[in-house]
Ligand binder design. Sequence first.
Ligand code: AMP
Ligand code: GLY
Length: 415
Amino acid sequence: MKILVVGSGAREHTIIKALLRDGEKHELLAAPGNAGIAADAEIVGLDPTNPKVVTEFALASEIDLVIIGPEAPLVAGVADRLRSAGIAVFGPDRAAAALEGSKAFAKEIMAKASVPTGMAWSVSDHVELMAALERVGAPYVVKADGLAAGKGVLVTEDLDAAIEHADFYLQHGDVLVEEFLTGPEVSLFFISDGTRVVAMEPAQDYKRALDNDQGPNTGGMGAYSPLPWLPKDFTKNIQTIIAQPTIAEMSSRGTPFIGLLYCGVILTDDGPKVIEFNARFGDPETQVVLARLTSPLAPLLLSAATENLAASPAPKFSKDCAITVVLASEGYPENPHTGREIIGLDKLDKFANVSIAHAGTAWDGTTLLATGGRVISVIATGATFDKARASAYAALDVIELEGSHYRSDIALGVD
Ligand code: AMP
Ligand code: GLY
């Protein structure tokens, strides 16, 4: 298959590495990719959020399948244009990607489909905001309605901080004030062809920057899979009460969701509730979910893209424990320092069961530079989480990047 992967993060690098493990040999292209992806796929320099440019390239290059990694191209309508040009694309149209692009829209769909989620109030000015904050009380959960690069959500006990955050995002659009929910969080991915869904394996993400869930929210600092503490019927239950009704509601509106429905779920005392939907693979959860995938990825995604998931065998996963730890630049997430040299990746070959996925990296001549907040995902597998942790952290020890930081408690105590 000739496959174009759109995006430039560790998620896309992980997808490409999984495609390389498929029995069939694919021709892989990536737009715009990064320094790590360049070793595994042909780099195409184009604007990944420009529907016309991506579609013209895919047509001219006779691409069999386009896999869209990040949310921005989806919300920009890249999948719509590819699909109307007759190209198989794994990723929802703009109208369906609104499940991620607008938190108020996601709440509306969940209400219609009777999907369990916290209560929320959409506010469009300061007066409505104050009334909503008073109604819910502390801790306050305030979310920008639209995409905000992972910075739109604030959970705080501090009323002034909640007001300041909300007032800032009210300049750009609506804000959601949500009921505060407590419990462990789980990320569960479903592949959908618009009517059916197939579950991947659950993973847990570590969103805060520092150990013990301290510090600011980030795009994700690490993850692990499987989650041995989950009830046995968890995945089936989430499929029945969340994924399937959501997909059915989208289809009945004439905006079928074809791609990956990421269900961010919190296990409350009242049962699982949706904390967010994303319209794409999660990062860094993809690194651990795909590390355990033992069946081919491309035919699965193609069968979803061609609305024929029923014809594809269910994905298979190993029982291995997989963890990923994100190496981040100094100052991430607020103000990452970039442009520094990364040293030591050439020494990682000696680590069995360890792989890396590049996120923010680029070559400057012969020097590998960190170009983003999240720089590299180190992924390790083992028979236990302790073994996987030992491998991942030993590998991180040999990577040098001035000022960089990572969490040391990923999957700690899970065995
Ligand atoms: P989101 O970007 O919506 O995933 O939110 C980022 C993080 O904020 C989540 O992973 C949760 O840890 C936290 N969060 C979001 N919504 C709530 C909520 N309603 N109650 C408690 N914590 C929340
Ligand atoms: N890891 C959270 C996300 O991908 O949005």
